[in-house]
Design a protein around this ligand. Structure first.
Ligand SMILES: NC(=O)c1ccc[n+]([C@@H]2O[C@H](COP(=O)([O-])OP(=O)(O)OC[C@H]3O[C@@H](n4cnc5c(N)ncnc54)[C@H](O)[C@@H]3O)[C@@H](O)[C@H]2O)c1
Length: 252
C-alpha cells in the first residue's frame, strides 16, 4: 500500500509511540485520524502534523468503550470519506506481581488492575480492529491493520495482565490475517522491546540500567525505529499474519 494520501487511524496518538507514528506518517503525507483519551496533548500532535502539511483530525476516544469506538469509525469515514489503515496502539500498564509475601504480609494483583489492562489493550484492540474491518467491508476496499504487541508477550515478571494482553494481540493478528485476507485486507503486528517513551520513563533508573545491560545493542529503542516497522508493514503487500520483533535483540 502506498502511504501518501491514505487515511490512517492511530489510537493512543497523544504521546509516545502513537505521537511519533503520527509525525512520521505526516511527513509521508498520509491523512491522519488521531484518537486518544488525552485531548489536550492530542491537539498539539494534530497541529504539528498539520504543520507538516497533511490533513489531520483529532478525536476524543476511549478504545475500551464499544459504542464510542463504533461512533468514532463512523465519524472518521464521514470526515475523510474513507479509511485505509489502523494502528491499534493505545495501551496501558498496571504492573505488579500476581501474589507476593513481604514481611509476613501477602499482597496480590487487584482484579481492577487486571481488568483495566485487559479492557484497554485487548478489548480496545478488538473493538477498533473490528470496526475498522466493518468499514473496509462496507466500502469493499483493501486496507492494513497494525497491532502493537510487545516483547513482554513472552512472559515478564510483574506483568501478568500486560503479558496476557500482548500475547492475545499477537495471536489475534494471525487469526484476523487469515479471516480478512480474502477481502484484500492485511493484518500484522509489531512487538517492540524497551522504547524511550513516557511509558518507560516510569521505570526506575537502576532497573532501567539492568535492562539495558541485557539488551545486545546496549540501549533502548527510539520511537522512530518502530515507525520504520510501521512503514514496512504498510508498504509490503506480501506481509500479513506475522509479528515484527524490534527489540535490539533482547529476549526476556
Ligand atoms: N514504550 C515501550 O517500551 C513499549 C514496548 C512495547 C510495547 N509498547 C506498546 O506500545 C503502545 C504505545 O506505548 P507508549 O510507550 O507510547 O505508551 P504511552 O503511555 O507513552 O502512550 C500511550 C497513549 O495511549 C493513550 N491511552 C491510554 N488509554 C487509552 C484509552 N483507553 N483509549 C485511548 N487512548 C488511550 C494514552 O493517553 C497515551 O497517549 C502501547 O500499546 C504499549 O503497550 C510500548
Amino acid at each position: 500500500m502506498e502511504i501518501k494520501d491514505k487515511v490512517v487511524v492511530i489510537t493512543g496518538a497523544a504521546q509516545g509511540l502513537g505521537k511519533n507514528f503520527a509525525m512520521d506518517l505526516a511527513k509521508r503525507k498520509a491523512r491522519l485520524a488521531l484518537a486518544d483519551i488525552n485531548v489536550e496533548l492530542l491537539e498539539e500532535v494534530r497541529k504539528a502534523c498539520e504543520q507538516a502539511g497533511t490533513e489531520t483530525r483529532a478525536y476524543e476516544l476511549n478504545v475500551a468503550e464499544e459504542k464510542a469506538v463504533e461512533d468514532f469509525f463512523n465519524q472518521v469515514v464521514q470526515d475523510f470519506g474513507t479509511v485505509d489503515g489502523l494502528i491499534n496502539n493505545a495501551g496501558i500498564t498496571r504492573d505488579g506481581l500476581i501474589a507476593r509475601s513481604k514481611d509476613g504480609e501477602i499482597r496480590k494483583m487487584s482484579l481492577a488492575n487486571w481488568q483495566a489492562v485487559i479492557d484497554v489493550n485487548l478489548t480496545g484492540s478488538f473493538l477498533c480492529g473490528r470496526e475498522f474491518f466493518v468499514k473496509l467491508l462496507e466500502q469493499k476496499k483493501p486496507g492494513v491493520c497494525i497491532n502493537i504487541s510487545s516483547l513482554s508477550r513472552s512472559g515478564n515478571m510483574g506483568q501478568s495482565n500486560y503479558t496476557a494482553t500482548k500475547a492475545g494481540v499477537a495471536e489475534m493478528t494471525v487469526t484476523w490475517a487469515k479471516e480478512m485476507a480474502r477481502h484484500g485486507i492485511r493484518v500484522a503486528a509489531i512487538a517492540p522491546g524497551y522504547i524511550n517513551t513516557e511509558m518507560t520513563s516510569a521505570i526506575r533508573e537502576d532497573v532501567k540500567q539492568k535492562i539495558i545491560d541485557q539488551i545486545p545493542l546496549k540501549r533502548m529503542g527510539e520511537p522512530n525505529e518502530i515507525s520504520h516497522s510501521v512503514f514496512y508493514i504498510l508498504e509490503n503487500d506480501y506481509f500479513t499474519g506475522r509479528v515484527i520483533e524490534c527489540d535490539g535483540g533482547f529476549r526476556i
